[in-house]
Design a protein around this ligand. Structure first.
Ligand code: HAX
Length: 447
């Protein structure tokens, strides 16, 4: 694979950079940690390095240094589509280089050749009651693939033979496992969808189509070229959001114990399934429909909507799709989806309402200064787009998010192995220890 060559070429320089920082500047202090940060979700504590992506509070995400509009513009596309091949995005995340068409296509072809899903994975899914949340099924399906981990078997094998597995080569097995897992995601996700909501169909992968279009085809949207474009857009923009969010941090932490890609990604997906993380997208479309219902199915005018939103906030309710832990501007991933919606489905009443909420809500949220970011995040619109194209099962949306996010998670994990990162082990304190520190600081103030 060209990806392996591209990474191998860069290895000495990357290792040199990290070694220099660790050996020459190992004791350099990066930031202080406050008691509030310790109790407040480690918010803002700079304890990770992520070269895959970086979230600037005022600019939004950059993937390998490129903004969302740049990524959408520069990545290779399939003839006839204005939206990127996910294979090209993966090449960029993994190698830190923009791919040409052949390089993007090679990743897509690799996925096609690795897409066969073992029968037992379908059986595992079928064992669960049909009303099981699709994220649970997604996570167990990934776990069911774990016995095929090349890293796990190679690692176990070398423990008992004279033939060693050099630490510097671990990443190649992690990359192999990542490629094998990602290749199967359209088949797994579509089967979960078909099992729960359609006809239980298992559809085989078509090498003629790209990864995104394969997923669309597998859930019965072979003819819907616009939906296939939406999938390309969705899978590219949800792929990564730095290393500190729950799913990225979880999978990276698990992989630091040399747990393989399957174990690590399933753990990440369990984090993504939380209502404060990936589950938020299903809440947003539900909320949009509820607002319309409150107005007899219509889209309320600005004044009516303002009153309604104020009443909700006064009642202590959260407005889903607004706010962010890091961002302090409108999420560019909201913007590109909103542009897609305005271009292709502007007459959809849910999109009309989302546009109106975008006009009136930010100043209201900003009024009392409590909400740090009064602007929409990525989830404010993605469910409404799926809903328009007929994917109306809200609880499935987080699986779509998960398919995309695994692209980023695996890039972080593989690079963790490339750079030889050790097992993570932060240190705990007791409340009594913090109280002692507090006492000491009081005494020194009194002196
Ligand atoms: N509506 C009403 N109140 C909100 C709000 C919203 N959309 N967003 C934040 N607030 C409130 C918080 O509840 C908090 O109130 P209290 O102090 O009374 O608890 C206060 O404003 C300060 O919160 P914050 O510091 O601005 O936001 P946080 O960093 O704590 O939380 C969240 C960020 C995204 C979790 C939050 O804004 C929220 O719950 N938004 C709605 C749910 C949502 O859209 N989630 C998806 C986020 C995108 C994502 O990461 N997806 O994976």
């Amino acid at each position: 694979m060209k990806m392996i060559e591209a990474i191998t070429e860069q290895l000495p320089a990357w290792r040199e950079r990290v070694n220099r920082l660790r050996t020459q500047f190992g004791s350099l202090k990066v930031c202080d940690v406050t008691v509030e940060q310790i109790y407040g979700g480690i918010r803002g504590v700079q304890i990770q390095v992520s070269d895959i992506s970086y979230v600037d509070p005022y600019e939004g995400i950059r993937l390998r240094g490129y903004t969302i509009p740049e990524v959408l513009e520069y990545l290779p596309k399939k003839p006839g589509s204005d939206f990127p091949l996910v294979g090209g995005l993966y090449y960029l995340l993994m190698t830190d280089r923009l791919p040409n068409e052949a390089e993007a296509d090679e990743v897509e072809q690799e996925w096609a050749s690795r897409s066969q899903i073992p029968e037992h994975v379908y059986q595992v899914i079928r064992q669960f009651p049909r009303d099981t949340h699709p994220m649970t099924l997604f996570s167990v399906a990934i776990m069911a693939l774990q016995p095929s981990s090349q890293f796990a078997s190679k690692y176990a094998e070398q423990m008992f033979t004279s033939e060693g597995l050099p630490k510097g080569d671990y990443w190649k097995y992690y990359l192999e496992d990542s490629m094998n897992l990602i290749a199967k995601l359209p088949g797994i996700a579509s089967f979960i969808y078909n099992y729960k909501y359609r006809n239980e169909e298992i559809v085989s992968y078509s090498p003629e189509l790209d990864w995104s279009a394969n997923f669309a085809r597998m859930i019965g949207k072979a003819e819907d070229l616009r939906y296939q474009d939406l999938c390309r857009l969705f899978f590219v923009i949800h792929s990564d959001h730095e290393g500190g969010n729950v799913s990225a941090h979880t999978s990276y932490l698990v992989s630091s114990a040399l747990s393989d890609v399957y174990l690590s990604c399933a753990a990440g997906m369990n984090g993504l399934a939380g209502p404060l993380h990936g589950l938020a997208n299903q809440e947003c479309i539900r909320w949009v429909l509820q607002v319309r219902e409150a107005f007899g199915g219509h889209v309320p005018g600005k004044e009516e909507l303002t009153d309604h939103l104020r009443r909700q906030l006064q009642a202590g309710k959260l407005i889903p799709g607004y706010g962010h832990a890091v961002l302090r501007v409108t999420d560019p991933r909201f913007t590109v989806q909103y542009e897609f919606a305005k271009k292709y489905i502007s007459n959809d009443p849910n999109i009309e309402l989302i546009g109106r909420v975008f006009e009136v809500l930010p100043p209201i949220l900003a009024e009392n200064g409590k909400v740090k970011n009064p602007y929409p995040n990525v989830d404010a619109i993605n469910g409404a787009l799926q809903y328009h194209y007929g994917v109306k099962e809200f609880d499935f949306y987080t699986v779509l998010f998960g398919m995309s996010r695994i692209l980023g998670l695996t890039a972080h994990i593989v690079w963790g192995r490339i750079l030889g990162k050790p097992i993570e082990r932060p240190k705990s304190l007791t409340t009594a220890m913090l109280e002692q520190l507090a006492e000491k600081s009081l005494q020194s103030l009194e002196r």
